[in-house]
Design a protein around this ligand. Structure first.
Ligand code: GRF
Length: 215
């Protein structure tokens, strides 16, 4: 299993995946980390784990498409089995998405299809939702709307803020992203239309809202 990971910032999801490879919970490696931001902390994470990393400057390209053509060429040199978006804060061109169709995944801090786009945690708080969470999904041309690999549910308490909710969701992001990569690396994922089936996975029951009385 060979991964290329794209980042723009903190890189905590990159770290969670890199740690899972290091501990051999997932067999294979991240062969390259690419950032579109020079000062992304994730570049330091890559160094810490001995992963080759590169900054590719979008400002030297005239258009989004030209940058993406350049990136696709660089990524393809690595011959990755999977391209992983981990806090990559750039809209992808159709060309990029088509180039890695079925091999491109993303993590989003909500239970899609709710609260897609930016500031998903703030959207959930402002909406007054009682639960939110995070989603790993295959990337399609529709924003944050591809077939769902795995989701984790996080309750929203009355005193939660955008900040506290983001922190709680992030803890689960760090569990579901390595899990999704592991399943894919083991060849256990089948995509049928919008349905993602995980071979051999056990599905338990979820605790419902503890505020619910016994009816
Ligand atoms: C995460 O909340 C992820 O869901 C979103 O961007 C954030 C990236 O965080 N797509 P990090 O860079 O992995 O720490």
């Amino acid at each position: 299993m060979k991964l290329v990971v794209l980042i723009s910032g903190r890189g905590s999801n990159l770290k969670a995946i890199a740690q899972a490879f290091k501990e051999r919970k997932i067999k294979g490696k991240i062969s390259l980390v690419i950032s579109n931001k020079k000062d992304a902390h994730g570049l330091e994470v890559a160094r810490e784990y001995g992963i080759p990393s590169e900054f590719h400057d979008p400002s030297v390209f005239k258009t989004r498409e030209e940058y993406d053509i350049h990136l696709v060429e660089r990524i393809k040199e690595e011959k990755p089995d999977l391209v992983v978006l981990a806090g990559y804060m750039r809209i992808l061109s159709d060309y990029f998405i088509e180039s890695f169709e079925g091999k491109l995944i993303n993590i989003h801090p909500s239970l899609t299809p709710a609260f897609t786009g930016l500031k998903a945690q703030k959207q959930a708080i402002q909406y007054g939702a009682k639960f939110s969470g995070c989603t790993v999904h295959f990337v399609t041309k529709e924003l944050d709307a591809g077939p769902v690999v795995i989701q984790a549910v996080v309750p929203i308490k009355p005193d939660d803020t955008e900040h506290t909710l983001s922190d709680k969701i992030l803890q689960y992001e760090h569990r579901i992203y390595p899990q999704a990569v592991k399943w894919i690396s083991e060849g256990r994922i089948k995509v049928k239309g919008r349905q993602v089936i995980v071979e051999g996975a056990e599905y338990g029951t979820l605790p419902v809202n503890p505020a619910l009385e016994d009816f």
